[in-house]
Design a binder for this molecule. Structure first.
Ligand code: SF4
Length: 202
């Protein structure tokens, strides 16, 4: 069975959607949350996702007709992503490749990563801006138990395979595209697929 059709990916999609329910419950139960539509400072953060999550997001974008545009942005960002770390990326103030700047929303909202759906602040959202971050820290709601719940369910569903390897969103999505475009199976090494993406080879 190829990775793109792997039933494990379907299981992960179900788990990601359940996190959305947790996210909604969290936001409804906390009236102090200051996050609001139109604010996207947290979408400048360095977010790493697994290959399984990247396949789900990539498929969602293919179905909505947005993949070609996002793929261009992933390719544009790939080099700087590979030469960055969490801090340097954030300070560059670059928007996530999945952020639709025309309406300031995530174009993969229904399957966005748990690091995004479970991230809420109770401090003024202006503090979240990357260039404010050096002097002030936002008050982030502790959602670690929900993150751990996701990690546990994810690990149970995926185990140790190519699907579990994590990388920065632009690179992860390019890996997912490669996996979805070729008959790659679970026996392929992540390193080989990643090197192919980095070197642009087939
Ligand atoms: S995946 Fe979506 S919610 Fe998460 S950082 Fe990117 S645009 Fe923002």
């Amino acid at each position: 069975m190829t990775i793109k059709n792997n039933s494990v990916v379907s299981s992960v999609k179900r788990i990601v959607r359940l996190v959305n329910v947790d996210s909604l419950t969290l936001s409804v139960n906390n009236t102090n949350i200051k996050c609001k539509v139109g604010c996207y400072s947290c979408c400048k953060r360095w977010i790493e996702i697994s290959v399984a999550e990247a396949i789900i997001i990539r498929n969602e974008l293919v179905n909505s007709g947005k993949w070609d545009y996002v793929k261009l942005k992933c390719t544009e960002y790939a080099d700087v992503s590979k030469n960055s770390n969490e801090t340097s990326w954030f300070l560059m103030n670059l928007p996530c490749v999945l952020l639709d700047m025309s309406n300031a929303t995530c174009c993969a909202y229904s399957v966005r990563p748990p690091q995004c759906s479970l991230h809420f602040v109770t401090s003024d959202s202006s503090v979240c801006h990357p260039w404010k971050y050096c002097s002030e820290k936002p008050d982030v709601i502790d959602s670690s138990s929900l993150v751990m719940k996701f990690v546990g369910e994810f690990t149970h569903a995926v185990g140790e395979s190519v699907l579990s390897f994590r990388s920065h969103i632009p690179v992860a999505l390019l890996i997912a595209d490669r996996i979805s475009s070729y008959d790659i199976d679970n026996s392929h090494s992540y390193t080989k697929i990643m090197n192919d993406v980095i070197n642009g080879s087939k």
